[in-house]
Design a protein around this ligand. Structure first.
Ligand SMILES: NC(=O)c1ccc[n+]([C@@H]2O[C@H](COP(=O)([O-])OP(=O)(O)OC[C@H]3O[C@@H](n4cnc5c(N)ncnc54)[C@H](OP(=O)(O)O)[C@@H]3O)[C@@H](O)[C@H]2O)c1
Length: 322
């Protein structure tokens, strides 16, 4: 399951503080991606700056942002700060950002990425993703721009050297099949929601068969407050998770991240708290058994944190509407 991983889980000394580095995987285009990213959705203003600096100090090398998160500028300042202090070089970092739905025309993609790079104060991104297969107009009204057109713009951006890798997010297998059949580039990554309430076994297996790395967004599912009417199990004190956590001397949140790692996906946990950031990367000194992975898979209820109900009527709505 973890074949192809360049396993250099390492504890290194950096400015006298021990940091844990996530394993790195070679993507289908030859670029290398750290298999754990700091999530930054809902990290805004100074909190985004502080969270990014603290994560990089702790050993995170992959930061996940998007124009829609409105924090690219603060993340750019954080990157400049850690580089200026000599903690890391640009090539040590892996920066993912995403194009929003209102820039899906082919001719809009390169300018949108150039603007993102301006905010990030970078000359290139490591990974640029189509955030959703859904096109929208600037006024949020649905647009039926074909994501194949967007994908050609993504290829343009890669050919110009503005991003090293390109991929998609929230795409289903039929949509990826269509990209593969109609373009020159197989997406390097599909960033999708994966957690114990939405285990996505068939889509993860599909992506892995095609050599597409799955980044697992919203990794904690409904273990954290989602301001939703639904709160399917597992809760943080669930007995199944607690038993596994006790066995390894970890928290139930760490167990869930390790479950995602052991399934070959790259989790994207968001935390703005340094203590929790530290816990979230401290997951490489244990490994779940097949039985433990199966026990966590049993929580699956196909309940989504991100449903995008306002896009139900879009021809490219990617999820089951049940
Ligand atoms: N591509 C997409 O469409 C898409 C959609 C959703 C998310 N994402 C990406 O995925 C990232 C993660 O998703 P998310 O932000 O929805 O949720 P998440 O990472 O599943 O959960 C974040 C919540 O968990 C808390 N938390 C973090 N670590 C914890 C720990 N060890 N113990 C207890 N609580 C902990 C955080 O609080 P504190 O901050 O206070 O620690 C925060 O409230 C996003 O930030 C974004 O980068 C992408």
């Amino acid at each position: 399951m973890i074949s192809g991983l360049v396993l250099f889980v390492a504890i290194v000394t950096l400015n006298a503080a021990a940091v844990v580095l996530a394993p790195v995987k070679v993507l289908n285009d030859g670029n290398k991606m750290p298999m754990l990213a700091l999530g930054t959705h809902n990290s805004t203003g100074e909190a985004a700056f502080t969270a990014t600096v603290s994560a990089i100090e702790l050993g995170y090398r992959h930061i996940d942002t998007a124009v829609i998160y409105e924090n690219e500028e603060q993340i750019g300042r954080a990157i400049a700060d850690v580089m200026k202090r000599g903690l890391v070089k640009r090539q040590d970092l892996f920066i993912t950002t995403k194009i929003w739905n209102d820039k899906h025309s082919r001719e809009d993609v390169v300018p949108a990425l150039r603007e993102a790079l301006g905010r990030l104060n970078l000359t290139y991104a490591d990974l640029y993703l189509i955030h959703f297969p859904i096109g929208e107009k600037a006024n949020d009204k649905l647009a039926d721009t074909d994501y194949l057109e967007t994908w050609m713009g993504m290829e343009d951006a890669k050919n110009l050297g503005l991003t090293k890798s390109i991929g998609v997010s929230n795409f289903n297998s039929e949509q990826i099949d269509r990209i593969i059949a109609n373009s020159h580039t197989i997406p390097a990554v599909n960033q999708i929601e994966v957690n114990p309430s939405l285990t996505q076994e068939s889509l993860v297996a599909y992506c892995q068969k095609k050599g597409i790395v799955v980044m697992a967004h919203s990794p904690f599912g409904f273990m954290v407050d989602r301001e939703s009417l639904e709160s399917p199990p597992p809760a943080p004190d669930d007995p199944v998770l607690t038993k596994i956590a006790k066995k390894y001397g970890k928290t139930t949140f760490q167990v869930v991240l390790r479950y995602l790692v052991d399934r070959g996906t790259a989790p994207v946990p968001k935390s703005a708290d340094q203590r929790r950031q530290k816990q979230n990367i401290d997951i490489y000194d244990f490994k779940l058994t097949e039985e433990e992975i199966a026990a966590i898979n049993k929580f699956n209820s196909n309940t989504r944190v991100i449903k995008g109900v306002f896009w139900f009527d879009h021809p490219y709505y990617p999820f089951n509407k049940d």
